[in-house]
Design a protein around this ligand. Structure first.
Ligand code: NAD
Ligand code: 6OD
Length: 485
């Protein structure tokens, strides 16, 4: 299979005619050849996006633009199985997870921002003037222009559409650069865009790499008004540096080293189930996953043993099978990075409660990038394995003795994306929620999403908020109009 760029409504090869290989991490087999985008391809895509911006897209009424977004959502659902197969093959994520999370959310993102676009209000103020006649100020929302969308591999369709949908709802056109690990769903989405009648040039895809490739060229392009990026924190730094000369708007959703805090009064079974999900979902490759778990001392031993028992029982296997609970990591390179942390944890003095090694499966899965679900205890707060984002199926569990200590340990991180708190004492839950240095707090839950809420992180976990009206604010230029009466 060949995956090409999508520019001005058609699939095209790279100007350089370069390709790279895309592999299935469950088998190590090459599954497609992907066009390797460079600056020349970004140039073509931005030119197409500018033509559409000033042409057919701007001439559509808001209502018909938002109707098209609804049609894209329907188009994703109509091709659910193809999107599902694409995400499973590109990422190795289990069918169960992709069918419940990735694909439905791809469609839901378009529906949510179509609906938010229809309901968007504009501020207005009646102002005093010296002559007593007054003035009315109102606010126009205008498109930013061409928006560059750079997305990661862990939730490819979900995270791409989370940015494309609001950008289009606000009247922008987009050039997207999907992760080089997961090119397929962005190309399938292009087919949906064409099928439902989104004008050529509104949604463009340039495949390829980041540094010195399509990603960097998009960031540096003077006619790209904004970059919305999800990925690693250090990539955020590189993007910010490259974007500086052209003074673009930036929205960053970055890494995490998230804490789950479990009090002795929590519903034990729910806390175990929730923490199992928050540590091991998508093989630990969700930015919101809990890699640090703090448990109140009276239930610490029981919690560690029960969670380890549940982790050992997780079914590793072929991601295509409905019964599989954990697939491989995204690539052999990422597996080696995670295994490096497994070795480092032991060197740092961890007790390995379960896992800690690569997992070898049979048959065609023998070349897959599988690792065991892993739990550590016994590390100090300064251990690298407690401070650095690993992005694998692993957590460190540590006891605490007081609410103050739990807050102090949870906040002792360079990151600040989210936290999960498990307690039946609601006063305590609210008290802690206010003290957590993060962008999102889940109480007795995890990854429970309402797309109208602000989403993002503090510290090294991000800059800005997307979600609901926060997305509409980022993807629009606000213009104040002052009318003297
Ligand atoms: P990554 O930063 O390596 O890559 C993300 C994207 O950026 C890819 O498309 C890549 O090609 C591109 N890129 C890389 N370097 C670039 C550069 N110099 N210029 C322009 N583009 C560049 O991240 P990843 O490994 O794909 O994803 C995993 C990371 O993403 C983890 O750190 C995870 O926590 C984070 N993440 C955060 C969120 C969030 O909402 N906060 C969501 C998902 C993933
Ligand atoms: O749910 C979302 O909107 C979102 N942006 C999730 C990010 C998950 C990180 O891997």
């Amino acid at each position: 299979m060949f995956i090409r760029h999508f520019i001005d409504g058609v699939f095209v090869d790279s100007a350089s005619e370069g390709w790279f290989s895309n592999t299935n991490p469950a088998t190590g087999a090459a599954i497609s050849q992907v066009a390797r985008g460079e600056a020349a391809d970004v140039e073509r895509a931005v030119a197409a996006a500018r033509r559409a911006l000033h042409g057919p897209w701007s001439q559509m009424t808001l209502a018909s633009r938002l109707d098209l977004l609804e049609a894209v959502a329907d188009g994703i659902m109509a091709r659910f199985e193809e999107f599902l197969e694409a995400e499973i093959a590109d990422t190795g994520k289990p069918r169960r997870f992709a069918s419940q999370v990735d694909i439905p959310r791809g469609a839901a993102n378009f529906r949510a921002f179509a609906s938010l676009g229809r309901g968007a209000a504009s501020e207005s103020f009646l102002s005093d003037t010296p002559d007593g006649l007054g003035a009315i100020n109102y606010v126009l929302r205008e498109p930013l222009g061409v928006v560059g969308v750079i997305s990661p591999w862990n939730l490819p369709l979900l995270l791409l559409t989370w940015k494309v949908a609001p950008a289009l709802a606000c009247g922008n056109t987009v050039v997207v650069k999907p992760s080089e690990e997961t090119p397929t769903s962005a190309a399938l989405l292009a087919e949906v865009m064409n099928a439902v009648g989104v004008p050529p040039g509104v949604y463009n895809v340039v495949q390829g790499f980041g540094p010195n490739g399509a990603g960097e060229a998009l960031v540096r392009h003077a006619q790209v008004a904004a970059i919305t990026f999800t990925g690693e924190s250090r990539t955020g730094t590189a993007i910010m540096e490259a974007a500086a000369p052209s003074l673009k708007s930036l929205s960053f959703e970055l890494g995490g080293k998230n804490a789950a805090v479990v009090f002795a009064d929590a519903d034990f079974d729910k806390a175990i189930e929730g923490t199992l999900r928050s540590v091991f979902s998508n093989c630990g490759q969700v930015c919101l996953c809990s890699e640090r778990v703090y448990v109140e001392r009276p239930i610490f031993d029981r919690f560690v043993e029960t969670l380890a028992e549940r982790a050992r029982a997780l079914k590793l296997g072929d991601p295509r099978e409905q019964s599989t609970e954990m697939g491989p990591l995204i690539s052999a390179a990422h597996r080696d990075k995670v295994l490096g942390y497994f070795a480092l944890a032991e060197a740092e003095g961890a007790r390995v409660v379960c896992g800690g090694r690569a997992a070898t499966l049979d048959g065609e899965l023998s070349a897959g990038s599988f690792v065991e679900p892993t739990i550590w205890t016994g590390l100090g707060e300064q251990a690298r394995c407690v401070r650095e984002e690993i992005f694998g199926p692993v957590c460190h569990i540590q006891p605490f003795d007081s609410e103050e200590q739990a807050v102090q340990m949870a906040n002792d991180s360079d990151y600040g994306l989210c936290a999960a708190i498990w307690t039946q004492d609601l006063s305590r839950a609210h008290r802690l929620a206010a003290q957590m240095q993060v962008g999102i707090v889940w109480i007795n839950s995890w990854f429970l999403r309402d797309l109208r809420t602000p989403f993002g992180g503090v510290k090294r976990s991000g800059i800005g908020r997307e979600g609901g009206r926060h997305s509409l604010d980022f993807y629009a230029e606000l213009k104040n109009v002052c009318v003297k009466l």
